[in-house]
Design a protein around this ligand. Structure first.
Ligand code: ADP
Ligand code: MG
Length: 331
C-alpha cells in the first residue's frame, strides 16, 4: 500500500535564476497511515519550514520532485480525490487570530467547513460535531459557542483553530509554530492537546517550530533544517540529548533549559549572507569544525539506528540515501 504521504526529492526554489532562494533542498520523507506520529521540523527563521507546510498543503508547487498523497501526486488530484485531500490534510498556523472574522461567532467559523465538506447531514449533527471537537481540544462548548472573537483569549482561539481542523477528521495536521503567538503560560498545555489528538484520533502531526524544548516534549522524531537542507534527523531523544551535527549542537547549547519560553535562533544565530558556499556544506562558514572536504556537500551519515547527520565528521559511518531518511525517524 502506498504511504499516506511521500515527499520525493522535493525542492522549492523561489525566483529561479540569479537571485534565487533554495528554500527547500531535495527533501524526502514519508508518513504511514497505520503509524500516526508526531514529526518535528525544526530550524531557525528562514530554514524553509513554512515552505514545507505550503508545499504539503498544495498552496505552492514543488520546483523539483513530487509530493504524493496516498500514492498520487497532489498537483494532479481532481474531483473527489482533491476534496478528500483538502479534508484530510489540515493546518493550524502561527497566528490564532488569522482565520477569525470579527463579525462572526465561533459557531459560524466551525459551520463553514462542516457545510463545505458535508460533514453533517443536519443542524443537530453539526452541533454534535462541534461539541465533540471543542471538548477534544479542552474547551467547554457552552462557554465558547455563540461568542465573538474579541471575547476569546489567544489560547482559546488557537484551540478553536485546532478544533476546526479536527472536525474534518484529518489524517495529517500540519501545525506551523502553533503556539509561538500564544501566551507562554498556555503553550505546554495546548501542545499536550496536540499529543492527545495524535493518540486518540490517529492523526499524524507535523509540528513546525524553532523551539527544541517543546519538540522534545511532544514529538517522536525530528528533522533539523538549515537553509532548506536536513542537517540532522532522528528520534527526539537521540537528536536533542546527544546532538551530533555542529549546527544542532549550537542550537541545543543555546537552549536555556530551565526557561522553556525563550525563543532561540532569531537574534543570536542569524546567518551572514556571504557565508553560502554554493556546492558545499551550508553550515561551512559558521562551523567550528570546517574542513577542506566540507567545500563539497556532505551526504547523510547514519550514526545510530535513529540518528543521521549530514556532516563529514562522521564520514566513516555508513551513508544513508536521502530517500531513506524516514528509516531513521521513529514513530
Ligand atoms: P521558515 O518558515 O523556516 O522561517 P520560509 O519557508 O518562510 O522559512 O523561508 C525559507 C526561505 O525562502 C527564506 O530565505 C525566505 O526568505 C524565502 N522565501 C519564503 N517565501 C518566499 C517567497 N514567496 N518568495 C521568495 N522567497 C521566499
Ligand atoms: Mg515560518
Amino acid at each position: 500500500m502506498a504511504p499516506l504521504l511521500e515527499f520525493k526529492n522535493v525542492s522549492k526554489i523561489y525566483n529561479p535564476g540569479k537571485d534565487e532562494t533554495v528554500a527547500l533542498d531535495n527533501l524526502s520523507f514519508t508518513l504511514k497511515e497505520e503509524e500516526p506520529t508526531i514529526l518535528t521540523v525544526a530550524g531557525e527563521s528562514g530554514s524553509g519550514k513554512t515552505t514545507l507546510a505550503m508545499l504539503l498543503l498544495g498552496f505552492i508547487s514543488a520546483t523539483h520532485g513530487q509530493i504524493l498523497y496516498k500514492g498520487k501526486d497532489i498537483d494532479n488530484l481532481r474531483g473527489k480525490e482533491k476534496v478528500a485531500f483538502r479534508k484530510e490534510v489540515q493546518a493550524v498556523f502561527q497566528d490564532p487570530f488569522a482565520v477569525f472574522n470579527p463579525f462572526y461567532t465561533v459557531d459560524h467559523l466551525l459551520e463553514v467547513p462542516i457545510n463545505r465538506f458535508k460533514i453533517a447531514s443536519n443542524k443537530h449533527e453539526a452541533r454534535e460535531k462541534m461539541n465533540e471537537a471543542l471538548t477534544a481540544v479542552g474547551l467547554q462548548p457552552d462557554e465558547i459557542l455563540g461568542r465573538y472573537p474579541h471575547q476569546l483569549s489567544g489560547g482559546q482561539r488557537q484551540r478553536i483553530n485546532i478544533a476546526r481542523a479536527l472536525i474534518m477528521r484529518p489524517k495529517i495536521l500540519i501545525a506551523d509554530e502553533p503556539v509561538s503567538m500564544v501566551d507562554a503560560s498556555l503553550r505546554a498545555n495546548i501542545l499536550e492537546t496536540l499529543q492527545v489528538l495524535q493518540k486518540d484520533y490517529g492523526v499524524s502531526i507535523i509540528y513546525i517550530t524553532h523551539d527544541l524544548t517543546t519538540a522534545f516534549h511532544i514529538a517522536d522524531s525530528i528533522m533539523v533544517l538549515y537553509r532548506g537542507s536536513v542537517m540532522e534527523a532522528g528520534g527526539v531523544d537521540e537528536v536533542i540529548k546527544t546532538p551530533q551535527h555542529p549546527y544542532t549542537q549550537l542550537l541545543v547549547d543555546s537552549i536555556p533549559w530551565p526557561d522553556l519560553n525563550r525563543r532561540w535562533g532569531q537574534t543570536d544565530l542569524v546567518p551572514s549572507e556571504d557565508s553560502v558556499i554554493g556546492t558545499g556544506c551550508k553550515f561551512y562558514s559558521r562551523c567550528p569544525h570546517a574542513m577542506d572536504v566540507c567545500k563539497s556537500r556532505p551526504g547523510l551519515f547514519q550514526l545510530e539506528p535513529y540518528q543521521t547527520a549530514s556532516c563529514y565528521l562522521y564520514k566513516d559511518k555508513p551513508e544513508l540515501k536521502t530517500e531513506a531518511l524516514s528509516s531513521v525517524l521513529p514513530v
